[in-house]
Write a protein that binds this ligand. Sequence first.
Ligand SMILES: [Zn+2]
Length: 171
Amino acid sequence: MTTHIEPSTEALPAAYGPTSVNGWSERGPLRAVVRVALALDRDQLLAALLNRLSELGGLDLEAMSAEMIRDQVEVWLSEASGAERDDQADLVWKGFTERPADERALILRAADAIDRTYPGLATPVVVEGEGAGRTVRCTAPGCGWRAGGVPVELLMNDGLTHFEDTHRSTR
Ligand SMILES: [Zn+2]
């Protein structure tokens, strides 16, 4: 099994949320505008978009810019609980082949929109092996960095540090 390590520190700027604040909200005077950052996998993002599609009816996904897709995803995420994010993500592909053709087509179109909007954070550092034998290895051409022998969480940290120190500035 090979798993790409994803840096956890890169946050996209908000697409949805207050872009100008004049001191008031629907409920009354504002006290603060807070921002949160969520680390999400593909199915969580896809579930958010699919939920928005079912709330809004027909959206022309192919005509929407990446920022418009992000805006819709973030609208749903701003209202969903952590449990809803996980539960909905678990349902995205459940029974996929038994669903009606138009539903399957919509899911695939939404998945394309997610892939186009969020191209991913994969680094050249991969985790290989299973259990106690897991190692991390850098697959960047000519690099050859690898590490093993300690818990994988520490290895992944080492891998990200290696990536940041060695490759980030030259990418
Ligand atoms: Zn490397």
